[in-house]
Design a protein around this ligand. Structure first.
Ligand code: NAP
Ligand code: MG
Length: 402
């Protein structure tokens, strides 16, 4: 079989620990034998980020703006322990945060569903994609501990010097105060990313806030979504046969649980943080969650939702066998390859990526899986494979589909 040719390179962002090991195996076993793989390689492994003073992360994000599609391996976000472990010059920022800031994107997370692994919510038969607004609110707050009685005020000084001043609370004893903000610009680009992604995946879009209580703040989110929908997306949604639906966050939570899935749920920053953990857990396993960063500039970055699986990596270093699930990382590659195929008009590339996804699902449905999947699978006698064995089993299934 001739290898599939590519036109534009994918931006390849390599990463850390166990996922870096899986990354190489996936390329060697599942991609390079079939595709004349074109990538522009950036090593986001922590050692190389440290050597380049994290310039490599910035470069990889800029390359994504240039080419349009990136695939990223999980990376370490340094903390105090990592400072010692990797002898870091600085506690470098989270690569995902840096990339997101440059691409100005929204992250969409969706579970990969397979038969035999049933969501805890039994009526969820289709994936729920969660979109989290990743800017502002409580994540960029200013807080004060009031040690005793006093007056808390909210003050806005406009560029021309005029002032708006409101009393938050007259304290008669100790308390706490918090100031948060968001910007029309950030909310608009979040809304755009959501509408665009709904169109490109042909799924309904739900959005929820607490506008009944937060009549200015949350209401602004609701209005921006509604205006954008009316002016730019209504006709496109109708043509695609999909719906935009706004409801209160508490109503949304109840409806989500009763639903069968198959839609995108857009959430404010905090709601998205909390609800994405709930949705991921309810579908079964973090190692089966995909993640794509969609930028209003029309660029895409695909990755797994899980981290570098540090505990497995230390076992691997000791020469012990690991049973790490590579599915979400493989789906990061297939997501990127499908998008590249779509943008460059290479049907074989998208086709191959589809088949590789099918091979992943079929392998698990045939009873061959990693340890953590076997614990939540209905399969009577699952064959539990190690990290490499699982990728080889997927390759065998793939060969039967090609
Ligand atoms: P993690 O890598 O997601 O792993 C947490 C635990 O979940 C693992 O110990 C393992 O459980 C299970 N798990 C996750 N992915 C799995 C897989 N593919 N196959 C099998 N089991 C899997 O989170 P972490 O240990 O908290 O973080 C490790 C590093 O990843 C940190 O340095 C963090 O900064 C980084 N991180 C990166 C990203 C990213 O780049 N997007 C996201 C999150 C975290 P058992 O050990 O019980 O088997
Ligand atoms: Mg969280």
């Amino acid at each position: 079989m001739d290898k599939i040719q590519m036109k534009t390179p994918l931006v390849e962002m390599d990463g850390d620990e166990m996922t870096r090991i899986l990354w190489q195996m996936i390329k060697d076993e599942l991609l390079l034998p079939y595709i004349d793989l074109k990538t522009e390689y950036y090593d986001l492994g922590l050692e190389h980020r440290n050597e380049t003073d994290d310039q490599v992360t910035v470069d990889s994000a800029n390359a994504t703006l240039k080419y349009g599609v990136a695939v990223k391996c999980a990376t370490i976000t340094p903390n105090a322990a990592r400072m010692d472990e990797y002898k870091l010059k600085e506690m470098w920022k989270s690569p995902n945060g840096t990339i997101r800031a440059i691409l100005d994107g929204t992250v969409f997370r969706a579970p990969i569903l397979v038969k035999g692994i049933r969501p805890y919510v039994s009526n969820w038969t289709k994936p729920i994609t969660l979109a989290r607004h990743a800017y502002g609110d409580v994540y960029k707050n200013t807080e004060i501990r009031a040690e005793g009685p006093g007056k808390a005020e909210l003050v806005f000084t406009a560029a021309d010097g005029t002032e708006i001043r409101k009393t938050i609370q007259e304290f008669d004893g100790p308390g706490i105060i918090q100031g948060i903000h968001n910007t029309d610009k950030s909310i608009t680009s979040f809304a755009k990313a959501c509408f665009e992604y709904a169109l490109s995946t042909k799924q309904d879009l739900w959005f929820s806030t607490k506008d009944t209580i937060s009549k200015t703040y949350d209401h602004r989110f609701k209005d921006i979504f509604a205006d954008l929908y009316e002016t730019e997306y209504k006709e496109k949604f109708e043509a695609a046969g999909i719906e935009y639906f706004y409801t209160l966050i508490d109503d949304a939570v109840a409806r989500v649980i009763r639903s069968e899935g198959g839609f995108i749920w857009a959430c404010k920053n905090y709601d998205g943080d909390v609800m994405s953990d709930m949705v991921a857990t309810a579908y079964g396993d973090l190692s089966m969650m995909t993640s794509v960063l969609v930028s209003p500039k029309g660029v895409y970055e695909y990755e797994a939702a899980h981290g570098t699986v540090q505990r497995h990596y230390y076992k691997h270093l000791k020469g012990e066998k690991t049973s790490t699930n590579s599915i979400a990382t493989i789906f990061a590659w297939t997501g990127a390859l499908k998008k590249r195929g779509e943008l460059d008009g290479i049907a074989e590339l998208s086709d191959f990526a589809e088949k590789l996804e099918k091979a992943c699902i079929k392998t698990i449905e045939d009873g061959k899986m990693t340890k953590s999947l076997s614990l939540i699978s209905d399969c009577k006698d699952p064959v539990i494979l190690d990290s490499e064995g699982f990728i080889k089993a997927i390759k065998e299934t793939l060969e039967t589909l090609l």
